[in-house]
Design a protein around this ligand. Sequence first.
Ligand code: SF4
Length: 413
Amino acid sequence: MAPSLAIIVKLSVYCNELQLMSLMTNTPISIYLHIPFCTTKCTYCAFNTYTHLETLIPAFVEALIREIQIVADGAEIRLPAHSVFFGGGTPTLLTPAQLGQILDTLHQRFEITSDAEITTEANPNDLNLSYLQGLRAAGFNRLSIGMQSANAQELKLFARRHDYATVTEIMPLVRQAEFKNVNLDLIYGAPYQSLATWHDTLTRTLELAPEHISLYALGLEENTPLKEWVETGRVPTPDDDLAADMYELATELLGVGGYQQYEISNWSQPGQASRHNLQYWRNWPYLGLGPGAHGYANGVRYATLLSPQRYIKALQTPLERHYPFPSTPATVDEVQVDRANEIAETLIMGLRLTVEGIDRAAFQQRFGVDLVDLHHEVITKYQTHGLLEVSDSCVRITQQGRMLSNLIFRDLV
Ligand code: SF4
């Protein structure tokens, strides 16, 4: 939904050139909300999430609502938003009523489009029919479930709270509650994981018939038990070549299963690509709300205070000044993105989109230059090697290029 000319004229009083550019390229925003609570910590997880802080949840919900109000006040108009994503952490530690209260505030302060994709991440253990129906009634129309694996030993290594049986039990309830758009997250490249167990996980995932599947290559993150176990020899070091074979196996099996790979790590049934994911990869604006969230709006990349306690306190304190969009009292690390960096980010993220790639006309409209003219030498080199495809409408990475994407990204920026 593009803003009207009248709105753009009004906005020109308040907005800098970059924000206007974002709005005029008919781009509704996306909204990410970070819920920083987990019951237990998974062994590979380095996300900004905390255990044993559930007593903070009521104050956190109030703070998040306050943050939404402040950022909306800064925008001066009800900005259109076409996707909302509750991630974490474990959003399903909040009740449907609490999640609904947050969503209601978004509806009051933003122009949430009638077809908006409204997702929450969900831990399989937290779901039952009544909870799922509560989510639907609150306005959610998409679930992203952290399945991770169908293998009991792998789930145990990850210290996940659920087992595969839990996922199979809740999927019929998810459908009964009329969720028609479900993502399952899977992890590959883990210690002890074999091609056989990965094949089994993929096969069982296909049997569950989700609309969307996201694959995560396991990384050994700082200060995680898994990294320490690998470094001390308690568990074997993951094998990069085996992980590459797992990725190829997934590409093959999911393709045969009728899923289209639309991004390097994401597959969907036809027409079910995640709008929220696409927003990131197209380098379009999104708000990040909640402790440790990241956002990109009005030409600014920014983060939010990591500590839930400090976040809540910052938003409880009476305002002493006006906060220009997208800042709030909880905002930290604001960086104005200049044109050169915006171009580089648009290239790197756009090339992750394996089907649509980078739209040349949209790029020209956004930056006033043709992508192929701008990077003629590099694009021609990788086109000649069969790693990039160039047409009148787009530049995109080939199947072969996906395995060497980092090399191409490095040459382009
Ligand atoms: S449930 Fe998700 S966010 Fe929470 S500890 Fe596990 S991986 Fe991290």
